[in-house]
Write a protein that binds this ligand. Structure first.
Ligand code: GAP
Length: 463
């Protein structure tokens, strides 16, 4: 393994180990030997995911008067995916190792030799590169003995028990986006929203992906945050709107999530790589421990999806301009992000190894727990009782944990690894003058504060 790859896998291994140790992410179906590319989120990971989701929703739905929310069904009619083109066009090129049967994405394997993106290359070209590059050996068994390159569709079919025969085929959605297109007319008819406007959705999508490692970066089941921003292409310049959205995405990652700008870059999709439905696509990439990779995509999908659904459903999905009476088939710009990828980015960006500790320097508003409360000694009932009271009071306003195990040093150490920004310790002085110490995660400095000032003090520090 070359030195760069080794550093990357070490950094990733350390993050993965912390995630397991502190309850962020566990391997899926672990007690049964695991299930590839599936993960479960533990108590800390669940809180972090929820905080990311809430921040996204608050920014893109609650704080805007031109975007409304939607929560569409995961199980969806087969015609949706025929109309969208996914039933035929949503496929990855795969190769199998004939020796050990490992299955890999042909483009990922090829990129190891070409050192550049080859996504979207036709099967024959990938096949040629793989067969001619004898250094492209199987990462599992080391042999160069590949099958021909074949296409595998990524959609998960499901069979419904409530309808007959071929009508029973449905799909788990491969993107949340289609929910917005098929409900476009419902939203227009049931709200007062006018073009240009967006429909936003947060929810699970499913893709039959084959990948190796890198934790929750690419999984079978993942959560997307997608916005379909509809506009009249005769009135709105798509290039200006596209640039506005690019800026909005960048600002969210830097200002709201607190990510270091040095670890971000834009990458424009080549004609070969771009999805079949898009006229222009760019990825906002984050520098993960395994290199710059897509975090958040933005695509100009034109009126492709609405036109396709109109054809397949025979329903009129155009809207009428209230001023001119003209029929409009809106075009769409789509910023689409993976919530789980945002979580992995936050863990990577905030992970620090210091002299005596490992610490997650998450922004306090994202940290799974805002405050941890400790009694100085677990065997002094008067300290435990007072600490429990403070814990219960703070719980009304923040997510708080209580810990009385081990010594104070160990408790700080574990809260640092979870990213808890503040620790409150109840000691003997508390019983005399109703003050506690607050220890700051980042500076490790302690200050004494009156118990009745704690809520307002944390409200200031966390916002
Ligand atoms: N509607 C457009 C669309 O779905 P995409 O680039 O395929 O575009 C959008 O997905 C985002 O969803 C990606 O930028 C990525 O963050 C996330 N994503 C896609 N596939 C994923 C997977 N298998 N596991 C985790 N996240 C994924």
């Amino acid at each position: 393994m070359n030195a760069n790859l080794m550093v990357a896998s070490n950094a990733m291994d350390k993050i993965i180990a912390l995630c397991k140790r502190r309850g962020f992410i566990y391997p899926g179906s672990e007690i049964y030997g695991g299930l590839a590319n599936t993960y479960d989120y533990g108590p800390a990971g669940t809180e972090l995911l929820r905080n990311i989701r809430n921040l996204w929703w608050n920014n893109f739905v609650h704080k805007r008067d031109d975007i409304v929310g939607l929560d569409a069904s995961v199980i969806s009619h087969q015609e949706i995916w025929k109309a969208s083109g996914h039933a035929t066009g949503f496929a990855d090129a795969m190769v199998d190792c004939k020796n050990c049967k490992l299955r890999l994405r042909a483009d990922h394997l090829t990129e190891r030799s070409t050192k550049k993106k080859v996504e979207g290359k036709i099967l024959e070209e990938l096949e040629k590169i793989i067969q001619n590059s004898k250094d492209l050996v199987c990462p599992n068994c080391g042999k160069h003995d590949w099958t021909e390159v074949r296409r595998f569709n990524l959609l998960f079919p499901v069979n419904l028990g409530i309808v007959e025969e071929d009508q029973s085929l449905a799909y788990l959605r491969g993107e949340t986006a289609q929910g917005m297109f098929i409900n476009f007319k419902n939203v227009v008819d049931s709200t007062r929203i006018k073009l240009p406007f967006g429909i936003a959705q947060l929810g699970k999508s499913f893709r039959n992906e084959v990948t190796l490692g890198n934790s929750v970066f690419r999984t079978l089941e993942f959560e997307q945050g997608e916005i379909e921003y509809f506009f009249d292409a005769d009135k709105t310049n798509w290039e200006e709107l596209f640039d506005e959205w690019r800026q909005t995405m960048w600002n969210f990652v830097v200002e709201e999530l607190g990510i270091n700008e040095k670890n971000l870059q834009w990458r424009v999709h080549s004609d070969e790589e771009r999805s079949f439905y898009s006229k222009r696509t760019e990825d906002l990439e984050y520098k993960f421990p395994f290199g710059f990779k897509e975090l958040w995509g933005i695509a100009y999908r034109t009126d492709y999806d609405l036109v396709q659904h109109m054809k397949f459903s025979s329903k009129d999905l155009s809207i009428t301009d209230p001023q001119t009476g003209k029929k409009i088939m809106p075009h769409v710009i789509e910023p689409a992000v993976g919530i789980n990828r945002m979580l992995l980015m936050l863990l990577s960006d905030s992970y620090r190894e210091e002299e005596k500790r490992i610490v997650l320097k998450l922004h306090p508003k994202l940290a799974p727990y805002k405050v941890a409360v400790f009694p100085l000694l677990a065997n002094k009932p008067e300290l435990v009782e007072k600490a429990k009271k403070i814990y219960k009071d703070l719980r009304k306003n923040f997510s708080v944990v209580f810990d009385d195990r081990g010594n104070i040093g160990k408790r700080y150490y574990s809260q640092d690894e979870i990213g808890t920004p503040f620790c409150v310790t109840v000691d003997f002085e508390t019983l005399e003058n109703d003050t506690v110490t607050i220890r700051d995660r980042d500076t490790m400095r302690q200050e004494r504060t009156k118990v009745n000032k704690l809520v307002s003090c944390f409200q200031d520090k966390i916002s």
